[in-house]
Structure formats: C-alpha cells, structure tokens
Design a protein around this ligand. Structure first.
Ligand SMILES: NC(=O)c1ccc[n+]([C@@H]2O[C@H](COP(=O)([O-])OP(=O)(O)OC[C@H]3O[C@@H](n4cnc5c(N)ncnc54)[C@H](O)[C@@H]3O)[C@@H](O)[C@H]2O)c1
Length: 371
C-alpha cells in the first residue's frame, strides 16, 4: 500500500477531464481506461483492494492505481491506519499501486468503478456524503452483507446505493473468508447483476485471479440475500457449537437455515432463482461461514457463557474492531417477519434473534423444530 494520497491542489488537472482517461494503443485504437476506488479498508476491503490491484496492473483498460478509502483511525502506537493496515490485515502487502486515501470525497471523485465494502451500518452515511460528488458514468458493486429495514420494507444495500447515488449496482458474494484469500488460498465468488451482462463481465475480470474464481449470474437480489442471510444461520451454528451438540445437529441447522434463506428470498423477490443457492454465494458461503466465520465464533462464545455476556461485549473482546453482521441482520430479518406476519414460517430465523436479545436461552435453537 502506498502512503496516503495527496489531494490535488486547486488548478491541478484531475482525471475528471475525460480526455485524460483516453490512451491510444499501438494499433491506434483508443481505450477508455477505467479508474477503480475501493470504499472501505477493513479485513475484506483490504483483500478486495489487493485482488483488484493485482489485476489493474495486468489489464490494459484499467488504470494501474487503485484508491482505497480508509476510515482513519489512530492506533494506540500513534500510527495511522492509512499508512499501514496493521489493524485489519496485518502482514499482507496490498500492492504498491493501492493508494490509501483518508478523505472520502477525494477517494471517489475520479473513479468510474466504485467497490463498496464497509460494514453495512455505515453505508447510508457514506452515500449521503458522496452523493452528487461522483462521476456521472459510475458503475458500482457492493461486497457488503446486510440490509436496512425501513418503514416501507427491507432495502438491500445495492438498492440503497442505487437510490442514493443514481448508479447501477452489482454485488459480489461468496465463500470468502478474507484472511484465507489474503494468503491466496483457492476460493470462488459470484457476481450478481440485473441486466447488463457486459458490466458484470467487467467486474468478473477485475476480481478474477487463478486463486479467486469469479462467475456471474443474473440475480442480484438472490446473490445479495444469500450473502446477508447466511450470517443469521452462522449464529445458529455457533450456538450449536457452544452447546457441543455435534456435527449432525449442526448439519441439520445448516439445512433448515438454507431452506429458510431460500424461502425468505423468494417471498421478498419472486425473481430470485433456485440455481443461485448452488453458486458460491449460496451453499458454499453458508458452509464456510458456519465452519469458520466471526459470527459463528462469537455465537459459540455466547452459548458457552449461557447467554450472560452480550454480543456487543463479545464483539469488542474477540474481534479487535471488526464488526459482527449477523446479530443486526437477525434483528432486521425479525422486523420484516413480524411486520409481514411470517414469524411462524421462519422458526430458525425468529429463534436466532430471540436468543440474541436474551428472550430465549441458546438451547432453544433446536426446540422450535419439534413444532
Ligand atoms: N472479513 C471477511 O471475511 C468478509 C468476507 C466477505 C464479506 N465481508 C463483508 O464485507 C463488509 C466489510 O467487512 P470488513 O471485513 O472489510 O470490515 P471489518 O469488520 O474488518 O472492519 C470494520 C471497518 O469499518 C471501519 N469503520 C469503523 N467505524 C466506521 C465508521 N464510523 N464509518 C465508516 N467506517 C468505519 C473500520 O475502519 C474498518 O475499516 C461487511 O459487510 C462484511 O460482512 C467480510
């Protein structure tokens, strides 16, 4: 990662001037080079920047430089996060062409490809800050798991981005525990898109590497809901681990969870395809999250403590600044279920939330299935 980006001074030319984005190749064919900015620099944000930066160096139609917006934090040592990501991805080189930018507006203003990858609770504020300050030809992709529940119903993060910024937004989800991809262990991911296959293929080229195989499906809602809802099932799997209920029980919970993920997604969006649940974003992400993710880990500790230590406390103690998504997603899903009268249709989702808020003990995770 290169040192923090110096903002352009008044009078300097920015690449907002479209001419500066066009280069002439040897055979005289002009290429409109894309500029990529990653909005977010946590664990997954940093790894996403690493993947992208390795590809922009190789692909002719992308500028080499990848800007990464860093929510600035000053560490106890006095070091700044924008100088080295020692907090969220220690020991991994992101590439010299990744430039850390602590100023959000400067980070996004020249880019025509924006990659959003922050914990979901910060996204509405980020969208408000950059609205009207981005290029008109921006394409976006969200790697964010979670949803916002509003009075008029649930709003997926890709829709939030589209509504606030007026841009098309794809999603990328998959069985992707960031620390494993950081050390280049093989995995897969799924891009979900609405209509424009060409844009989806451009995102695939930007992320795909020999150790990170990306494919695209025309089902943005299905891909995003898979990525979001599996965190609720991971909490259930963690409760089972904490109660030492064994592998059969955990497999049963994962199967029931997958069934609820599919039913909930299809009730919300009739366009969601069954086949999406067999992509990396579906069953593969569910398996990896229930075996290894942070939601499972904190839920295991919660159950071991008999629900006496709150998730906030466990998150602060166990995750060193990383954010748990599953607990807030379980609450958001519960709000949708109760608002629509669907609670009885989704006993696992409902029970997970009730355990998280302490109205049921962790042992209830297997009791609902008798009804
Ligand atoms: N880590 C993974 O393995 C992984 C894998 C796939 C998807 N995801 C998803 O990616 C998204 C981002 O997760 P992550 O792992 O990169 O983040 P993280 O949980 O590791 O880090 C939290 C980030 O939020 C920033 N932050 C803290 N306060 C903030 C504020 N007020 N405003 C804006 N930013 C603030 C921190 O500086 C840090 O960059 C989440 O939706 C997550 O579910 C994560």
């Amino acid at each position: 990662m290169a040192p923090a980006y110096e903002p352009l001074l008044a009078g300097e030319t920015s690449s907002n001037n479209n001419d500066s984005n066009i280069i002439i190749t040897q055979d005289e064919v002009p290429i409109n080079k894309s500029r990529v900015t990653v909005v977010g620099s946590g664990n997954w944000g940093s790894v996403a920047a690493k993947l992208i930066a390795s590809n922009t160096l190789k692909l002719a139609n992308f500028h080499d430089e990848v800007r990464m917006w860093v929510y600035e934090e000053v560490l106890p040592s006095g070091d700044k996060l924008s100088e080295e990501n020692v907090k969220y991805l220690p020991g991994i080189k992101l590439g010299n062409n990744v430039v850390a930018v602590p100023d959000l507006e400067h980070a996004v203003r020249d880019a025509n490809m924006l990659v959003f990858v922050t914990p979901h609770q910060f996204m509405e504020g980020i969208c408000k800050r950059i609205s009207g300050k981005i290029r008109e030809d921006v394409e976006a992709i969200s790697l964010i798991k979670g949803m916002e529940v509003k009075r008029e119903g649930p709003c997926m993060i890709s829709s939030l981005i589209t509504e606030h910024l007026g841009v098309n937004c794809c999603v990328l989800m998959g069985a992707n525990i960031a620390n494993e991809i950081a050390v280049e262990k093989f995995s897969e991911a799924t891009v979900g898109y609405k209509e424009n296959r060409e844009i989806a293929e451009k995102w695939v080229r930007l992320f795909n590497t020999p150790y990170f195989m990306v494919s695209a499906v025309q089902d943005v809602a299905g891909v995003e809901l898979c990525g979001t809802l599996k965190n609720v099932v991971a909490l259930a799997a963690g409760f089972v681990d904490g109660l030492e209920m064994g592998n059969n029980t955990k497999a049963a919970i994962m199967r029931i969870g997958l069934r609820e993920m599919k039913a909930f997604s299809k009730l919300l969006f009739s366009s969601v395809k069954d086949s999406t649940f067999f992509e990396s974003c579906g069953v593969a992400d569910l398996i990896t999250t229930c075996l290894g993710g942070r939601n499972r880990k904190c839920a295991e500790a919660f159950a071991r403590n008999g629900g006496k230590r709150s998730f906030d406390e466990l998150e602060a103690e166990m995750l060193q600044g990383q954010k748990l998504q599953g607990v807030s997603t379980a609450k958001e899903v519960y709000e949708v279920l109760s608002h629509r009268g669907w609670l009885e249709l989704f006993p696992l989702f409902a029970t997970v939330h009730e355990i998280c808020i302490g109205s049921l003990p962790p042992t209830s995770i297997v009791e609902y299935s008798q009804s």
